[in-house]
Design a protein around this ligand. Structure first.
Ligand code: B3K
Ligand code: ZN
Length: 845
């Protein structure tokens, strides 16, 4: 496969004035007719007229009305064209019904839909399918379907046809079309300047009852973007469509967002609180793209973080405002460590702005998205809230309607602040997670913090330069008063010291408050100091972090055999904190969470210890058992406090109580044989309660009848059945996870062509750490078998899931050999997609 480099960027030789498409829908023979006005691009030298096109049958082509015979290849076509402006017309035939890759135009349960980002439009018609070519689209759809949708505003429609016009120039990746027998949940929104916007969520008949929450989230997002960023919606209509077969969460097509049904449909009976929160965030994310992504888009795909990092950052601000900011921050850091750190510390490590790729779909990663958002957060911390707001206003004013780069983005901040951001830019070009060491000294009333930063080498980058690290620090007196409130230190050197003078006694430092930079903090704090911070830190993130470190130390001590069991003194101290009813229950629930087994494996690996998945599992289990026994007397009282008597609301307050309740129920189940969990399962009137009871029962091996009842109750609901498939594998005893996954692939409702279902089974297997890493390699073999099968149908989802192997070098020689063999077997599969080839090649390195 061919590698594309950032350094090779050149603009396209032609600009597009406008595009007219006529799409005549048919499952096996859809006809797409295009009429495109091209004109030479004065900014470009190259006059090579190449249009992308894949899996298209060209029926005819004309230039200025005269038939032409272009040179065709499997990538597109080339043609001789006039010197001045000209009109290109062509007709192609495509077969949406046999499109299992779910990219381009495809079918899902009888409905037509599209997914064009990043390079799917070329599977619909011949076109310069690159984000820096922006054009105004007019689309006519013909087909016997009651609902025919495309981008922009409706122009006109009749029996069997509809026409749409999108006045905003856009790249082809934002094109969308939907057709089918759909029903809508309608609403309206009045924008800040008084314009009326029609809102719709379109779903399959039967799902109407699951739209209200998504609609509320949409309206809240529209209001928030007006209030916080001054951004108003810019069309007469905003449509959202739910689709069952979708490769990712959702897609921000202009005026026509298409969602994985799992990312928009919600009801209390079928969705957990976590589902509700995720839906709210994704609705916001896609809506926010209207400005950060659509009005201002990316010049090329290397700039993906320009829209994704910023939009993730914006949706995290939104969630913080709608719910609890500390709880959101802690959740984001847990997620960053679970998904981005392993990526950045393994063979798939790449910069936030990658410099080369074979398949761009492989770079929609936690690094581009989540580390990309962390970079924006650091920038904001460094310049301050007010300057950030000014810079964003300038960004929108200066670049509206353009396809931009990271240079454009940083230039805005340089112009507003007068600062030179050259060093800061390393966050975009240097891959790997910086490690930050801290040493402290107290002398003559001055407290000195000395930091050292070091980023381990990553593929293709042996030498690392120091990065700009915003380090938020606070100092506490030994009695727990804050003597120095949160102060932002700006570290730019490899090693740097900061003094705090005028102190009467040695303070306790709270370092990296709010996780102010995405680094691995290496701080040899004593257990005493951590207990002190858990009790006294005024920064909610660092209180949680102190506890997390205590949990990790305790678990690692049991895993390595340094201690026989959990640190019970810490567990007693934690219980006191958890019993504090003045604390937000959601926050208390987070304090009860333990580092995942995979995170423990990474921590051991970082200390030079080869992780053994079985001992990690055993230690985690023993820890949970001991904790439940130790806290036994307090559990009933705590549980009563989490009871919700008001009618179900998916808001932060109720969700927090239920989250705490779920953790307590899991503990209780270890003591009562599952009696409380069974009772909760039987009486549950919402999915959060039902599912947490079910997982508690699975964990203690007492779920047979509950699983049967659950299946019977929910066999008609695909999204709930995904949960049923997933939890049986995720919570299975490690020795049974592979067999369970195998058994479930034989279930009549298993459908490998549906990405949600495939992920429910194999995502859960990969997430069952000790189950996947079974010593005999059966987990690796099973996943490889299925990835090979899936790759032939859906390369994008298969390639993405190959990353389950990305940590393979952490483990012992035997496991490494088995994982290498599984990866090699995937790599050697005849006809393996470009997507999966790139992934496994990078991992085998
Ligand atoms: N922009 C899309 C992601 C497209 C992924 C293509 N493989 C969703 C989002 O980030 O909002
Ligand atoms: Zn996005």
């Amino acid at each position: 496969p061919q590698t594309v480099y950032l350094a090779d960027y050149t603009p396209f030789g032609y600009g597009v004035e406008d595009v007219h498409l006529t799409v005549r829908l048919d499952p096996g023979k859809t006809r797409v007719q295009s009429r495109i006005r091209f004109a030479p691009n004065p900014e470009a030298q190259d006059r090579d007229f190449f249009l992308h096109g894949e899996e298209l049958t060209l029926l005819w082509a004309k230039i200025d009305g005269a038939a032409v015979t272009p040179q065709l290849s499997d990538q597109g076509l080339r043609c001789t064209v006039p010197d001045g402006p000209f009109i290109w017309e062509a007709e192609v035939e495509i077969a949406p019904e046999s499109n299992t890759a779910l990219e381009g135009l495809y079918m899902s349960n009888g409905m037509y839909c599209t997914q064009c980002e990043a390079e799917g439009f070329r599977k619909i018609t011949f076109y310069p399918d690159r984000p820096d070519v922006m054009a105004v689209f007019t689309v006519r759809i013909e087909g016997p379907h009651p609902v025919l949708l495309s981008n922009g505003n409706p122009v006109d429609s009749g029996e069997g046809w509809a026409e749409w016009h999108d006045p905003w120039p856009k790249p082809a990746y934002l094109f969308a079309l939907v057709a089918g027998d759909l029903v809508n949940h309608p609403d309206r929104f009045t924008t800040m300047s008084g314009k009326e916007v029609e809102l719709n969520i379109w779903v399959r008949p039967g799902d109407e009852g699951k739209c209200a929450f998504g609609m509320q989230a949409l309206k809240a997002s529209m209001r928030w973007d007006e209030e916080v960023y001054g951004r108003e919606y810019d069309l007469d209509i905003f449509n959202v469509v739910a689709v069952d077969d979708f490769n990712m969460g959702a897609m921000e097509n202009k005026g026509l967002n298409i969602f994985n049904s799992a990312a928009v449909l919600a009801s209390p009976e079928t969705s957990t609180d976590a589902n509700f929160e995720r839906i709210e965030a994704i609705i916001a994310h896609e809506y926010f793209h209207n400005w950060t992504g659509n009005r201002i888009t990316c010049r090329d795909w290397f700039q993906l973080c320009l829209k994704e990092g910023l939009t993730v950052y914006r949706d995290s601000e939104f969630t913080s405002d709608m719910r609890s900011a500390p709880v959101k921050r802690i959740g984001d850091v847990i997620d960053l460590r679970a998904r981005q750190f392993p990526e950045d510390q393994g063979p798939l490590s790449h910069p936030v702005r990658p410099e080369s790729f074979q398949e761009i779909n492989n770079f929609y990663t936690a690094t581009v998205y989540e580390k990309g958002a962390e970079v924006i957060g650091m920038l904001k911390r460094l310049v301050g809230d007010e300057v950030y707001a000014k810079a964003l206003t300038l960004y929108f004013d200066r670049h509206d309607g353009q396809a931009c780069t990271i240079e454009d983005w940083l230039k805005v901040f340089e112009d507003v602040t007068g600062r030179d951001l050259t060093q800061f830019k390393r966050w975009y070009s240097q891959s790997g997670t910086p490690h930050l060491q801290v040493a402290e000294r107290f002398e003559n009333g001055t407290f000195t913090l000395t930091f050292k930063q070091r980023t381990p080498p990553t593929p293709g980058q042996d030498e690392k330069l120091p990065q700009v690290l915003p380090i938020a620090v606070g100092l506490l007196s030994p009695s727990g008063d804050e003597v120095v409130p949160t102060t932002l230190l700006e570290m730019t050197e490899a090693e740097q010291s900061f003094d705090f003078g005028g102190l009467s006694e040695r303070p306790v430092a709270s370092v990296l408050r709010g996780f102010s930079a995405p680094v691995v903090l290496e701080r040899a704090a004593s257990r005493q100091e951590r207990l002190f911070l858990l009790a006294h830190d005024t920064d909610p993130f660092n209180r949680w972090e102190a506890n997390r470190a205590l949990a990790q130390e305790s678990l690692i001590a049991s895993i390595t055999g340094a201690e026989a069991g959990p640190d019970t003194a810490w567990l007693s101290a934690l219980l006191e904190v958890v019993k504090n009813a003045a604390q937000d229950p959601a926050y208390r629930a987070l304090l009860l969470g333990l580092p995942s087994q995979s995170e423990l494996a990474q921590a051991l690996h970082q200390r030079g210890v080869t992780p053994d998945p079985d001992s990690i599992h055993a230690a985690a289990e023993a820890h949970r058992q001991t904790r439940a026994e130790l806290w036994q007397a307090d559990l009933p009282m705590l549980a009563r406090e989490t009871e919700v008597t008001a009618p179900f609301r998916p808001d932060a307050e109720q969700a927090g109580k239920r989250a705490l309740g779920s953790s307590l129920l899991a503990m209780q189940s270890r003591l009562d044989g599952g009696a409380a969990a069974q009772a909760q399962f039987d009486g549950a009137d919402n999915m959060t309660a039902q599912l947490s009871a079910l997982t508690s029962l699975i964990t203690i091996g007492a779920a047979d009848s509950a699983l049967r009842a659950f299946e019977k109750q929910w066999r008609h609901d695909r999204l709930v059945m995904d949960k049923w498939f997933g939890v049986q594998i995720a919570y299975a005893p490690p020795a049974m996870a592979v067999e369970m996954a195998g058994l479930l692939t034989e279930h009549p409702a298993f459908d490998m062509k549906n990405p949600n279902r495939f992920r429910a089974v194999f995502g859960a297997l990969a997430g069952n750490h000790a189950g996947f890493h079974r010593a005999d390699g059966a987990g690796y073999d099973q996943l490889a078998d299925w990835l090979i099968k899936l790759d032939a149908k859906n390369p994008q989802t298969a390639a993405r899931m190959c990353s389950a192997f990305q940590t393979w070098r952490r483990y012992d020689a035997d496991r490494q050999a088995r994982m290498r063999a599984a990866l090699t077997r995937i790599a050697d599969t005849p006809g393996l997609s470009r997507d999966s080839t790139e992934m496994v090649t990078r991992m085998l390195g």
